[in-house]
Ligand binder design. Structure first.
Ligand code: CP
Ligand code: NVA
Length: 323
């Protein structure tokens, strides 16, 4: 490559501070590092829209391991890698030896000889930690039963785009104390938000994640509050968030959960208790008229497609920064 061309490929925000790092949870990153990624994402988004792509991963390959279904994660990582000049390989667990029992620690070391990064979506978070431990290349968490950091980074970008900032805003999540609730606590804490998690008592978030998030919140000027009264939780919210009541892998519990979550539907009444200019987020896919009414999901306050789009931009930032 000629020197002049190299110059064109530079974009102002990128440096080596996160090179080689795994992206398993926002808890592992300082607030400054999260802001670095968000600023990169903004720059990449603006560049892409202006017809100035940044092929900084030319010649690099990302392996994408999926043991669960996906629309957004699969397509946005694959397209994101393509836009950055690299290539992505879709590795369904049904087709690779992992599905036939090859140990994660062996797969990690083999894939590290071929690839420049691995994105994985799977059930047990401990499997992703093990993959990261044995891989010599960066591992990106594309969702586990415990956490979903790429989604929450996209959520923070969406909040900043619509609200101008995150500090001091009340983010109320109503629903299951699941991977989304966990990562929203961790990411919201780093972003200085007042995070309210409202669940039925039997579906509270993991106490260890709550403990970590509370410590992160104390350091960054945020708060974490656990409630079981949706009306109280929704009152005064700047951001309202919900997610499915039965996550991937919990399909067999769907009927029991549908009963347990009665009263936790994000509907017009709860939205009416939030601030008038509140935005509504949902990681998608949504089940209309279960956790959120069709009316609320289709209302102008719901910015869920901006949110889905931002998966692409933040993941490009993560890949450009760590790979
Ligand atoms: N929100 C999200 O992760 O969507 P997918 O399951 O479609 O990837
Ligand atoms: N909690 C949901 C999120 C999907 C993006 C699940 O794990 O299925």
């Amino acid at each position: 490559m000629k020197e002049a061309e190299k110059e064109e490929w530079k974009f102002t925000g990128l440096d080596d501070r996160l090179r080689g790092r795994d992206f398993l949870s926002l808890h592992d990153f300082t607030r400054a590092e999260i802001w670095y990624l968000l600023n990169l994402a903004k720059e990449l988004k603006a560049g892409q829209k202006a017809g100035n792509p940044y092929p900084v991963l030319a010649g690099k390959s990302l392996g994408m391991i999926f043991t669960k279904a996906s629309t957004r994660t699969r397509v946005s990582f694959e397209v994101g890698m393509y836009q950055l000049g690299g290539q992505a390989l879709f590795l369904s667990a049904a087709d690779i030896q992992l599905g036939r029992g090859e140990p994660i620690k062996d797969m990690a070391r083999v894939l590290s000889r071929y690839l420049d990064g691995i994105m994985i979506r799977t059930f047990a978070h401990s499997d992703v930690v093990e993959l990261a431990r044995y891989a010599s290349i960066p591992v990106i968490n594309g969702l586990t039963d415990l956490l979903h950091p790429c989604q929450v980074l996209a959520d923070l970008l969406t909040v900043i785009e619509h609200k101008g900032q995150t500090d001091g805003l009340q983010l109320t999540y109503i629903g299951d104390g699941n991977n989304m609730a966990h990562e929203l606590m961790l990411g919201g804490a780093k972003a200085g938000m007042r995070v309210v998690i409202c669940t039925p008592d039997a579906y509270r978030p993991d106490p260890e994640i709550v403990r970590l998030a509370m410590a992160d919140a104390r350091e960054n000027g945020g708060t974490i509050t656990l409630l079981s009264d949706p009306q109280r939780a929704a009152t005064g919210a700047d951001v309202l968030y919900t997610d499915v009541w039965a996550s991937m892998g919990q399909e067999g519990e769907a009927a029991v959960r549908a009963k347990a979550f009665q009263g936790f539907q994000l509907n017009r009444e709860l939205v009416g208790l939030a601030r008038p200019e509140a935005i509504i987020l949902h990681c998608l896919p949504a089940h209309r008229d279960e956790e959120i009414t069709a009316e609320v999901l289709e209302s102008p306050q719901a910015v869920v497609f901006d949110e889905a789009e931002n998966r692409l931009h933040v993941q490009k930032a993560i890949m450009a920064a760590v790979m």
